[in-house]
Design a protein around this ligand. Structure first.
Ligand SMILES: *Cc1c(COP(=O)(O)O)cnc(C)c1O
Length: 368
């Protein structure tokens, strides 16, 4: 069986370190806040080349807290790319703002700048730049658009730990970046976790207060916030894993290179295209084909797990019927039935990657 994701194999490699780190938190009964969280925030800010990092409960909360901290007028419109996980748009609504979907670039699947521009109205106040599948958005164009129309830029970095735009790490390129440490992400905790990064000290402080009951001191609450803190046990796991991340990312890139060369030239199979500005960290390796379901079954029959990200583009979800946006407008809505995520991760052996490549070739040979 060639696994899509293999967290048990990863744990086996780091077991002594992880077990010791967890035991330490338990022995010290330092479950909320404390050294592990502070240390992780410091290390992760440095890793993402940001001045500040605030640990929070999960990636969805990170996005919502970021949007709340920006203090936009209620009901302001926020641009969200049509192909993403629902958290990218859910957070907008939860923060009292209005979702406006815009289309994606058909080659690298991140937001289309031209379509974002088309969607701007006088009520538009922010854009969520989702670095989807680990591929950074065209941040130069997004920042130019943002300064032209006075928009805030929130980066959804849930799939892009360590990704770079023109040699600079994503996260603090816009106003603020939201990360998820959901177990299956490139940097995953052993449960839920998230973080915000920014170079704006006042914004970081506001996020930290929003995530912790609006407090500056134990019972000094300056406004109402919520409870969404990064758990100390999760921070301890993340502290063990962070030093491995570059190695794991390099392995993802190597696997992607094998796929790109091994699968090139197959008619009817569209491979992902990396933009010239991008260090792509390949959270997912997504190919496109009109016979997606058949290919997926064929791979499954041959013991190869795959995924689909995402089977229904956001504007087509029942949850967004109320927006009344014309779904036929979106390239994202036309191609969602063609997306297929091949196994990707540092767990893959060369021999497994070769088997995936061979099996995909076999499928298309038999088809034609
Ligand atoms: C995973 C993910 C999130 C949400 O993160 P959680 O930690 O699961 O809440 C947000 N945006 C994208 C693009 C994601 O992939």
């Amino acid at each position: 069986m060639i696994k899509f994701l293999d967290l048990k194999k990863q744990y086996a490699q780091i077991k002594p370190e992880v077990d010791a780190a967890i035991a330490k938190v338990v022995q010290e009964a330092s479950f909320i806040g404390g050294l592990e969280v502070a240390n992780f925030e410091k290390q992760f800010a440095a890793y993402q080349q940001a001045e500040h990092c605030v640990g929070v409960g999960n990636g969805t909360d990170a996005l919502e807290i970021a949007l709340s901290a920006l203090d936009l007028p209620r009901g302001s419109e926020v641009l969200v790319p049509a192909n993403s996980f629902i958290a990218s748009s859910e957070a907008v609504t939860a923060a009292g703002l209005r979702v406006v979907f815009c289309d994606i670039d058909p080659l690298n699947y991140t937001v289309s700048i031209e379509d974002a521009r088309r969607c701007i109205t006088t009520k538009t106040k922010a854009i969520i730049a989702v670095h989807l599948y680990g591929h950074p958005c065209d941040m130069r164009s997004i920042l130019d658009l943002a300064s032209e129309y006075d928009l805030k830029v929130v980066e959804d970095c849930a799939q892009a730990h360590g990704a770079e735009f023109n040699g600079v790490r994503i996260g603090a390129l816009g106003d603020i970046g939201a990360f998820s440490f959901y177990p299956g992400k490139n940097l995953g905790a052993y449960g839920d976790g998230g973080a915000l990064v920014t170079n704006d000290a006042a914004l970081a402080k506001r996020c930290r207060m929003l995530a912790n009951h609006g407090r500056v001191d134990k019972y000094d609450h300056q406004f109402e916030g919520r409870n969404s803190r990064l758990d100390a046990l999760q921070a301890a796991v993340l502290n063990v894993k962070l030093p491995y991340l570059d190695r794991w990312t390099q392995r993802r890139i190597d696997v992607a290179e094998m796929y790109l060369s091994g699968l090139s030239g197959i008619k009817n199979l569209i491979l992902p295209v990396r933009a010239s500005w991008a260090k792509q960290v390949y959270h997912l390796f997504v190919v496109r084909t009109a016979c997606r379901d058949e290919l997926r079954s064929y791979l499954k029959e041959h013991g190869i797990e795959t995924g689909v990200h995402y089977p229904v583009a956001l504007p087509k979800l029942q949850a967004y019927e109320y927006l009344g946006q014309d779904v036929n407008h979106f390239q994202a809505c036309k191609q969602d039935s063609e997306l297929l995520s091949l196994p990707m991760g540092e767990h893959l052996e060369d021999i497994e990657v070769k088997a995936v490549i061979e099996t995909v070739h076999e499928f298309f040979r038999l088809k034609t």
